[in-house]
Design a protein around this ligand. Sequence first.
Ligand SMILES: Cc1ncc(COP(=O)(O)O)c(C=O)c1O
Length: 361
Amino acid sequence: MKISPFKIEEWMNLYEAGAMYDLTTTCIKPLTAAELLDLIPSGDTILNTPLSYGDITGSLRLKNAIRSLYTNQEYNNITVTHGAIGANHLVFYSLLEKGDEVVCIVPTYQQHYSIPESIGANVKLYFLKEENNWLPDLDELSQIVTSKTKLLCLNNPNNPTGAVIPNRLIEEIADFAAKRNVWLLADEVYRGLNLIGNPYSLSFADIYEKAISVGSMSKTYSLPGLRVGWICAREDLINEVNHQRQYNTISVSVLDEYFAHREKIHERNFSIMIDGINSFTEWLTNEPLVTCTIPNGGTTALVKYNNDIPSRELCKKFQNRTGVALLPGETMEMEGYVRVGFCAAGLRAALELFSTYLHNI
Ligand SMILES: Cc1ncc(COP(=O)(O)O)c(C=O)c1O
């Protein structure tokens, strides 16, 4: 099977590891095992847990914890996966066949269009616009999504823009999809990270029967190293996913499952996020060579720079000169922009280096 290079992952493989400051990150200071053990009741029982396969589609404890993030879901509506990346992959392989029409709202995680393309689907991209605060416009979307469309993919809160779809618009999008009988893949890995109002947006899966919610421990709960994600959807879809899943998962690791907790992590993460967004906004106010619609959630911002140098060249030269890793917009089909992870360690210092660089290109 031929598939396009995953541009973000390739860039991060090359540039993230050696960076002095890593602005490519989408995570919020991942926890150490020691910090996590402090949070987990009777953490030492793990030492006596047999390192066997785990419960095939996820332990009851974990599924129960996942259910608590939704209002309207039972155990049979959930399956546990190798991160959200594994979840998305399984959804595409469970739903799509050659020739199916898929509409993908971009910018987003490249999986959402490159996997359907590789399956032979007819993929149409709908580009969010900054003048709409990076939110979907249903009139525009109705020019692209038709009753022939099988699947609509979106990501909320959005990576890379940090835009959060208001609940009212979530309901309208669900209604829009229902009227056209379209499946809706909602990649909700940043759900719980709204900076304004309730941190948790409505989940599409709670309000639309053909919506599939994908989540994980990586972003909202700062445990990307666990590789625990999930799919929440109606039971027949979960059954089909589990059928596909037999061929690539068996179970997630019992260690990963054991450590997958969220107690107190959310609270700790909010103080890091608020610190980050405040530093980022202050930098933005004082930096005339960039513009940005300030994120109202998630962990990333999409920054437009005032220069016509291609974003890959800009980021490469910047990192060579300063050691700071930054993600070129071209890797997300957004040339002329860079993505800044505003929860990154050393954010202020890294942004100052970026300013100095921009003023001396
Ligand atoms: C929108 C989105 N979906 C999925 C993933 C994959 O996350 P995970 O670590 O849970 O596999 C990412 C990672 O950056 C992401 O940004």
